[in-house]
Ligand binder design. Structure first.
Ligand SMILES: Cc1cc2nc3c(=O)[nH]c(=O)nc-3n(C[C@H](O)[C@H](O)[C@H](O)COP(=O)(O)OP(=O)(O)OC[C@H]3O[C@@H](n4cnc5c(N)ncnc54)[C@H](O)[C@@H]3O)c2cc1C
Length: 327
């Protein structure tokens, strides 16, 4: 690993002051699980690490009828917050399913939302792909079993954060702090596709930090979350979905359908949402919405199977949101 200096910041301002405008010259470190692995593999080689664990908020507080979650909170603590489970159950479900107990105990909310892609080519120093300043995406003709089926190109990574999907579904806003002050960015605008800047996955500048996730009052909404994995633990999902439903009696008044692990960003499907409005929820309407969600899917050579997996995740998340049984 390349030698680096270490700043143990004590306040958010101190942490921001230790960052620099140069790409990956100084990097925030939360639990370090993603960042240190990348450094050991020579994928990321910063000159300076800035510890955020003593600098950023690690609590959950009430905020205008919603909640404000500090980025230094561990995923485990998030999963155990009764207020989060009561108001935003899909976030709790996603948090509980992340990796393993050890990963949840060490990983932070800020680190989880800003973790880099798991694409095998990005993670292998031998492959200088788009994300590392190269001119190709090796997954297109290579091992692409877990890559994007929606919204891909020029890079076909999938976004790796489980928390991002329900947070986006609930309409979260992210508080960002930098040398120019704070800014509030909706989660829906925070994550950016490879066409915006193929090197990064979000709008954060190199000298900015994500400090809080601000969730609006959930209102009278029913939610469902469903993840499909090869293994029940110690792995990322192959595809998953968070669904929110607002009901008028037995029919859907409005819906929010967001999928994860299918695209370079958490992928909202207006087509699936439209397919649900005005309908009762049953296996047929749920399946029709899932069909709509995957309409534009363009699989690579080895990942067409993910279309069916994603349909299953969406169908079951819809049924769960309506309180109906799933397999
Ligand atoms: C076997 C395995 C299974 C896993 N399964 C899942 C899964 O199912 N779902 C899932 O979501 N994740 C999964 N993970 C990934 C794991 O959850 C993340 O690596 C972890 O959450 C990262 O958090 P951290 O605090 O350790 O991040 P760090 O490694 O400290 O940081 C990650 C990145 O975010 C940046 N960063 C950290 N904090 C901030 C901040 N406040 N503002 C701006 N940038 C910041 C860092 O600079 C770094 O680039 C898995 C990991 C493993 C090893």
């Amino acid at each position: 690993m390349k030698a680096f200096s270490y700043v143990d910041a004590k306040t958010e301002k101190e942490a921001v002051a230790a960052l620099t405008p140069q790409f990956e010259q100084a990097l925030a470190i939360g639990g370090g699980q993603d960042l240190l692995a990348r450094m050991k593999d020579y994928i990321t080689q910063p000159d300076r690490l800035v510890n955020t664990r003593n600098a950023l908020d690690a609590t959950v507080k009430k905020d205008s009828g919603g909640l404000r979650i500090g980025a230094a909170m561990t995923i485990n603590d998030l999963a155990e917050q009764a207020q989060v489970a009561e108001m935003y159950p899909a976030i709790t479900e996603a948090a509980i399913e992340v990796g393993t107990p050890q990963i949840r105990n060490q990983g932070t909310v800020g680190g989880n939302l800003n973790q880099r892609p798991r694409c095998w080519y990005f993670r292998n120093e031998e492959f200088v792909c788009f994300k590392k300043g190269g001119t190709t995406c090796f997954s297109i003709t290579g091992e692409n079993q877990f890559n994007a089926i929606l919204g891909g190109g020029p890079s076909f990574i999938v976004h790796p954060s489980s928390l991002a999907v329900p947070m986006l579904a609930y309409g979260a806003t992210f508080r960002i702090l930098g040398p120019r002050g704070e800014r509030l960015v909706p989660a829906a605008e925070y994550f950016t596709p490879p066409t915006t800047n193929v090197r990064v996955e979000n709008v954060l500048a190199p000298d900015e930090l994500l400090t809080h996730v601000i969730l609006p009052a959930p209102g009278n909404v029913k939610s469902g979350h469903y993840e499909v994995r090869y293994k029940t633990s110690h792995d990322w999902p192959i595809a998953f979905a968070t669904v929110l439903l607002r009901m008028d009696g037995n029919t859907v008044r409005s819906a929010r359908v967001v999928m994860g692990a299918v695209a370079p960003i958490p992928w909202r499907s207006p087509a699936a949402e439209k397919a649900l409005v005005g309908k009762p929820i049953n296996p047929q309407t749920a399946a029709a919405a899932a069909e709509a969600a995957l309409q534009g899917a363009l699989p690579l050579t080895e990942n067409a199977y993910k279309i069916d997996v994603a349909k299953t995740a969406v169908t079951r998340a819809i049924l769960r949101a309506a309180g109906q049984q799933t397999a």
